[in-house]
Design a protein around this ligand. Sequence first.
Ligand code: HQG
Length: 178
Amino acid sequence: MKTIEVSKFLSLVLRHEPGKIGITLDENGWTDCRELIDAAGRRGKRFSYETLLEVVRTSDKQRFALSEDGKRIRANQGHSVKVDLALPVGTPPDRLYHGTVPKFIESIRESGLNKGARHHVHLSPDLKTATKVGQRRGEALILTIRAAEMSAAGYGFYVSENGVWLTDAVPPQFIEFP
Ligand code: HQG
């Protein structure tokens, strides 16, 4: 498998469907690299440990992390299966950004940002990243989140290992629309 295919495959099994290849994630989302590679290989998804290392190293968004001994791997964020990433709580910058698309705006105006199928709402530290996130779905529309104000009002924020800011929900009063 090419690295891009391996990356997509890892996203699927480490975030959403470990059971698809018969592996399990521990409570913090980790799984054994060797078991993962073997289980994948038995289902025709063949790649080496070296390829897996390359995917972790070159992932544009640092999607995966290895344990210090290199034996275990987990996804840094984006899970739909229940895992506790034990993320550090952080104090966000004044503003954070969220890239979305026009068709969602009405609903976001009414109910704010919600986490949908994910564990958290994902917010970007800069406009460029937010634009990329929005463009996955079409013409990107960038919302500005008054994050420091939210934090002061008692809403919790976490930072993932790859610099994505996470929170449970963003009520409409903290969102600036374009
Ligand atoms: C929208 C990718 C209607 C929200 C990216 C978004 C990111 C609402 C979509 C990461 C809404 C959810 C996350 C509401 C939110 N009404 N629509 N009240 N609240 N939405 O994919 O932020 O490639 O779950 O605007 O780069 O797009 O997976 O979230 O459009 O970092 O590593 O509902 O996923 O990273 O979509 O993306 P998603 P997201 P990976």
